[in-house]
Ligand binder design. Structure first.
Ligand code: CUA
Length: 219
């Protein structure tokens, strides 16, 4: 059951998947209990000639039990997932590989700071829809938008973050396998939303060096 999750090439992807499974199985158990009870009651209390309906006001104990069980489950899930949330969304591991990605209808505008590692200088390199990174290195992506809300989504990295106009939102990842992966937009942003698709290129160190040399030849 549940082997349809995409390939995972992210250092924190396994932890995300673990929580996904936990919540998935809790939901599945509750679903079958509720649906099963419904079917049993439908059959057991179906119309029978001469049987009178019974007025029943409810059961306070039962109401308290399932309300507090749900409440406790939610609180426990929140507390248990908090360290992982902090690790992914709050603590940004240090790195000198920073890429700026700007959502715009309907492309990802990718800006590299160049050899001087500073944005807004002449050696910046800008390209649409291509994110080049080395494998096994921490990469920080600064996310923003030019127009409406987009969502930067890299399924294989288990990374999804909204991009808002007027705000810089940092995110990070560390890819563990080389390859070409899709970057779809995950927020309905207009008529071209479904075609808003970029590519993440995770290179070997040699390939990455070659790409750097080709992009900044004077370096
Ligand atoms: Cu950008 Cu949907």
């Amino acid at each position: 059951m549940l082997d349809w999750l995409p390939q995972n090439v992210s250092t924190y992807g396994g932890d995300i998947d673990f929580f996904f499974y936990v919540i998935y199985y809790i939901t599945a158990v509750v679903f079958f209990l509720v649906a099963g009870a419904m079917i049993i009651f439908l059959i057991k209390y179906r119309y029978r000639e001469g049987r009178k309906a019974l007025y029943y006001h409810g059961n306070t104990t039962l109401e308290i039990v399932w309300t507090s069980a749900t409440f406790i489950a939610m609180i426990v899930l929140a507390l248990v997932s908090k360290p992982l949330w902090g690790k992914i969304k709050q603590e940004m591991p240090p790195t000198d590989i920073v890429v700026q990605v700007t959502g715009k209808q309907f492309n990802w505008e990718v800006l590299y700071p160049g050899p001087d590692k500073t944005f807004g200088t002449p050696d910046d390199y800008q390209v649409d829809n291509e994110v080049h990174v080395p494998v096994n290195k921490v990469v920080r992506v600064m996310l923003t938008s030019k127009d409406v809300i987009h969502s930067f989504f890299v399924p294989v990295l288990r990374l999804k973050q909204d991009m808002l106009p007027g705000r810089q939102i940092p995110a990070w990842f560390q890819a563990t396998a080389t390859g070409e992966y899709e970057i779809p937009c995950a927020e309905l942003c207009g008529f071209g939303h479904s075609g808003m698709l970029g590519k993440l290129f995770v290179h070997t160190p040699e390939e990455y060096e070659a790409w750097v040399q080709a992009t900044w030849p004077t370096n």
